[in-house]
Design a protein around this ligand. Structure first.
Ligand SMILES: [Zn+2]
Ligand SMILES: [Zn+2]
Length: 71
């Protein structure tokens, strides 16, 4: 799979992950790795809700859309 965002810029970069929201392939430059506890209210140490944080791979447009709604 190739990075969709790079493809838009005319580059041809191999994707390292796919966005969990829209499913498009993203390279290291365009991926955002977010821990789910940040989505649950932004507590630095999630003591009760989750034992472990769950990493999520997002593309930048989806990350901006999700985080933009929270801030
Ligand atoms: Zn890219
Ligand atoms: Zn996405």
């Amino acid at each position: 799979m190739k990075c969709y965002l790079c493809k838009l810029e005319g580059k041809d970069t191999d994707a390292v992950a796919s966005c969990i929201v829209c499913g498009m392939g993203v390279c290291m430059d365009h991926v955002v790795r977010e821990e789910i506890d940040h989505w649950e209210g932004g507590y630095p140490f999630p003591a009760t809700k989750l034992k472990k944080t769950i990493p999520r791979m997002l593309c930048k447009p989806c990350y901006n859309a999700l985080m933009g709604g929270k801030k």
